[in-house]
Design a protein around this ligand. Sequence first.
Ligand SMILES: Nc1ncnc2c1ncn2[C@@H]1O[C@H](COP(=O)(O)OP(=O)(O)OP(=O)(O)O)[C@@H](O)[C@H]1O
Ligand SMILES: [Mg+2]
Length: 426
Amino acid sequence: MSTVPREKKPRFTLRPEVLLNSLRLRRSVLDTYGQKNLYKFIIGFNLFLISIGSLFYTNDLVSKLEEREIRQMKLYAEGLRYALTSDFNEDLTGIMQIIREANSFYEIPAIYVDDNNMPADKINISFPENASPETKERILNEQLSQMKKEHEPIPVEMGEGRVGYIYYSNSFLLTQLRYYPYIQLSGIFIIGFLAYLSFSAARRAEQNRVWVGLAKETAHQLGTPLSSLMAWIEYFRADPDFDPSIADELEKDVQRLEMITTRFSNIGSVPTLKDEDVAAIITEFITYLRKRVSTKVHFFIDNQLPEGHKVLLNRNLFEWVIENVCKNAVDAMAGVGEIRISLVPKQQGEIVIDISDTGKGISKANLQKVFNPGFSTKKRGWGLGLTLAKRIIENYHAGKLFVKSSEPGKGTTFRIIMQSTPAPPK
Ligand SMILES: Nc1ncnc2c1ncn2[C@@H]1O[C@H](COP(=O)(O)OP(=O)(O)OP(=O)(O)O)[C@@H](O)[C@H]1O
Ligand SMILES: [Mg+2]
């Protein structure tokens, strides 16, 4: 049977303006990703500057207010000293009242302890209503020990070696101001974080709609010419002058196109998952791929799953994943090397599929980027293969796909984790 040599098949010629447009589109996709990181950096850096500025400014205010409060306490000490050492034999209640009133303006709680170590005066300390004398004494002592921890006391010298001390703590305003920037910044960060989460969720939903919409539209658009092509093949077959082997070749290509259409239609809707023999699917695909790549690329499959082990998957989409990962592995090897696929059962009903190659590997800087749409290091790459593969595994099969390891110059291993179907009860 004669086959049509590949080079003789009719090819579409790529017009330069189409190529230029496609390159421009790809560049703009890449630019968007580069710019996204730049925006993140600018926003992060500005937030950092605002936080540092706010902390410095409030710290400055706090230390100014603190100085004022110390000056105020020194005035209180001076007033007390004056009242206690006054020569007048008069009732000092009035003077003390004025001193207390003057201090109440600043709301700095303070206790004066006399030379007998007894609390003899207090300002800005409140007690609960109807508190008993014992309760008041307890509260006063508690406040006093707290004040002793907070500030150095201010001495009140009354002559003849008699010294009392004023203990005080920060005013409520000062305390509020000290913690204010931290509360404010935490608020800003929490709101910023929530905004980021909701924006990225909205962005992901938007991307999903674009993916699904595009896929549906592609499947829909391909459907009509495909059925027409099938009809043409039948027409040619009926013509006795037409070489039937050409019709066979045409049919194979149409079948391939049909498979691609089914993939797009699956990704554009909720795909149906079935229990499938995962090792058989991979073996079948490798048999297909082997014939289409250099004979110096060797494939090995190490299947450690029990015979006929089933995994819930959509065959079309899963094959697409294996195809993308294996094609990347082939591309990474420049025609010579090994691709090893191992299938290993894990606990908790999982199976692990490792696809390793002996290709050029992925640099550390690129490891984070390989799943970004539009990221490609290839001249003719779209940078969509791995994005699509990850979406298929993670969104449609609740599995995982990631780079397990990669060493530049040595090779790369991609790992797929899938949920295996529990064996039916016997
Ligand atoms: N096995 C691998 N070894 C080395 N690099 C890899 C491997 N797999 C992927 N990469 C890197 O990740 C990039 C993105 O891969 P992806 O499949 O998404 O896009 P692509 O192969 O460049 O284009 P296409 O959309 O046609 O698949 C590749 O360009 C390549 O740099
Ligand atoms: Mg690829």
